[in-house]
Design a protein around this ligand. Sequence first.
Ligand code: CMC
Length: 428
Amino acid sequence: MNGTVELIIDGKPITLPTVVGTEGEVGIDIATLRSKTGAITLDPAYGNTGACKSAITFIDGEKGVLQYRGYDIAELAQKSTFIETAYLLIYGELPTSAQLNEFSGLLTANEMLHEGMRHHFEGFPPTAHPMAILSSMINAASSYHPNLIHAREEHFPFHAARLISQVRTIAAFSYRKAQGLPSIYPKTTLKYTANFLHMMFSHPGEDCEPKPEVVKALDLIFLLHADHEQNCSTSTVRMVASSRANLFASASAGVCALWGPLHGGANQAVLEMLEEIHKEGDDGTKFLTAVKNKTGNRKLMGFGHRVYKNFDPRAVIIKEQCDKVLAQLHVSDPLLDIAKKLEEIALHDEYFVSRRLYPNVDFYSGIIMRAIGIPMDMFTVLFAIGRMPGWIANFKEVMDDPESRISRPRQIYTGATLRTYKPLAERD
Ligand code: CMC
């Protein structure tokens, strides 16, 4: 690429500049296309559209590469923690020990919910899905911090820490509420992930002491989910932020987008699928035949990705972790055997191979969460807790960009052309 491309539209040439990213990917800058030609691009589901420039996360889907701020995901998974990685994503650099202490201190200082929020939990029926509670409660939390609405830049670190910390408290409270159990308050002495397990599983007067391997596995799950460039929920967060809505409103919208089974909801859908296969006494073969024949609109949940066309590096790490955790906890899960069988068949089957469908992060994460006692409808909530730093980093990038404008896609109209209104009496 020489820095420009030439298009011919209606016989007239137009020159457009190209933009090259730091890892060499090339975009055609079409910002002047409509004003120069009257034409727009049409790319439903945005498979070919770059919506922004971003310095947060890099993915090379062909090579199975994922980097947060230039650090390879496998290296972070091995050496870092979720909270350190959260700092890296939001502020761009790994923290010094003083910065990490300050960040952790802010998380601890902001972990309690306003007491008034307890009444909101009471309003939900016991059947409420925790993702519905999570998105509502994140938005509700903004009403207890009025300075959030017109937040000034210097307040950002407080709001960011409040959101990361409180999303965990809200998640645990929503689980306790669904179980009809009393809420357990966070403990200032515990670190982020251990504190979450404490709030989930302790009882008044009887603290749960999670095993270190359980804390480590969950921390890794959070870290692996912490960001994933311009996916459905992150794009939603950026879209809402572009209207200058506040951080909590933007994150709440992200939770709603994440909920769907094609996105974050896939971790719950994978377990439901495995349970169904198990119940039917199938070893996966019958199920895969239905998927390939497209009967019943079935998909192999936890497989496929819009960007990864080779392998999902998160899935590789998570599969390894899954084997390790189950062995450490002495859990033998027939669903793990079914998952392995499905993977083995699919990786050699023409249908999946030709479409370049591989296991994604959600294929094995549910099995780990199940092994450590997390109920199925909380799986996507845990994804949301993990993704929060990524959403916050993307929100910050939108707000810090002096060239940021409100997001407003165009469309190709396909409806009726101009017609005149007929009074009701003339329509029968
Ligand atoms: N099982 C069976 N067939 C599939 C699957 C699957 N999991 N995924 C894609 N295909 C087929 C699809 O039917 C289509 O076939 P055909 O060419 O015959 O019409 C072809 O592969 C291309 O698929 P697509 O729907 O155009 O792919 P997409 O990029 O629009 O969708 C996806 C990506 C992840 C939504 C999709 O692969 C899927 O639905 N997977 C299952 C749900 C899932 O695991 N989602 C979690 C994604 S990773 C976590 C996250 O980031 O959210």
